[in-house]
Design a protein around this ligand. Structure first.
Ligand code: NAP
Length: 270
């Protein structure tokens, strides 16, 4: 039976743009109250206003996901404003392009800090709180389709997303007994600020919300991802995929790595 989301409280990181902001608005439409978090206070304020226009409440925790104690601060804010939290969507993240041979170790460690360690810190802190209070809950991480396969120059990003996926899969089994659901979300190319940020960090001039090589068949809006997330909140599942074709292709690619390399080399003219 589908769960009702009315009056449930969700914490969303990376809520100042893209998938996080779209999910926040769709959660408000589903009747939820929201704790938003990101670094850009002005952008969070806009999302807060849009939530209030939808008749729900919102509050922001401004900061970097790697700040000491920020995960606990998000939970404390939910407790103080709404008396509890029910759902956490650890969504903040970014990517950059680099060959492995040229990769800067500092940049590699930093992307793991943000995409993996910080998202895990929030989910783990939330899990401990729910277990202590003997309350059910739903914990989600925004991974990627690139958790299951990688592409040339995306190894660092893909590695962080695979790590998130593995952590969620194990937690999903471990926390069953506590009535806590855990899901990883696997979007395909989504039209957000992600590629602008990635291009900037990769020293590219291009300003675009999709990568040069993306086929329109495999590009989606942040609202498509948000809809899939809300569907999963109503009917929890271990992995949320927004493209069944890419999900199937990921399976084939894992089973036949030589064939995968052949296709990618043809595609990327390598
Ligand atoms: N776009 C895609 O094609 C795609 C595909 C698969 C998965 N994803 C995943 O989807 C998630 C959301 O990305 P998006 O596509 O919506 O991109 P986006 O529009 O660039 O959103 C990224 C969000 O993360 C926040 N963020 C980044 N670094 C942060 C940090 N150190 N501390 C706090 N907040 C931080 C940003 O907020 P501030 O800058 O305000 O801090 C922003 O709200 C990411 O985890 C990404 O890996 C994206």
């Amino acid at each position: 039976m589908a769960r009702t989301l009315t009056d449930q409280v969700i914490i969303i990181t990376g809520a100042s743009s893209g998938i996080g902001a779209a999910t926040a608005l769709m959660c408000a439409e589903a009747g939820m109250d929201i704790v938003l978090s990101a670094r850009r206070a002005d952008r969070l304020e806009k999302v807060e206003q849009e939530i209030k226009q939808r008749g729900r409440q919102a509050i922001s925790v401004v900061g970097d996901v790697t700040d000491d104690g920020i995960s606990q601060r998000m939970l404390d804010t939910a407790q103080a404003k709404f008396g509890r939290f029910d759902v956490v969507f650890s969504n903040a993240g970014y990517g950059f392009e680099s060959s492995v041979a040229d990769m800067d170790m500092g940049k590699l460690r930093q992307i793991f800090e943000v995409n993996f360690f910080a998202s895990l810190d929030l989910i783990q802190t939330a899990a401990r709180s729910l277990i202590n209070e003997k309350r059910p809950g739903h914990l989600l991480m925004c991974s990627s389709c690139l958790a299951k396969f990688t592409l040339p120059y995306y190894s660092a990003y893909s590695a962080t997303k695979a790590a998130q996926n593995h952590m969620c899969r194990a937690m999903s089994l471990e926390l069953r007994a506590h009535n806590i659901k855990v899901s990883s979300v696997h979007p395909i190319t989504t039209t957000t600020e992600f590629f602008d940020v990635s291009n900037k960090l990769s020293g590219k001039e291009t300003k675009s919300n999709v990568p040069d090589h993306a086929s329109s068949m495999f590009v989606q809006s942040p609202e498509t991802v948000a809809r899939a997330v809300v569907k999963c909140l109503r009917k929890p599942c271990p992995e949320v995929w927004t493209s069944h074709i890419v999900r199937s292709v990921a399976g084939v690619m894992t089973a036949f790595p030589r064939f995968f390399d052949f296709v990618v080399r043809k595609q990327a003219k390598m």
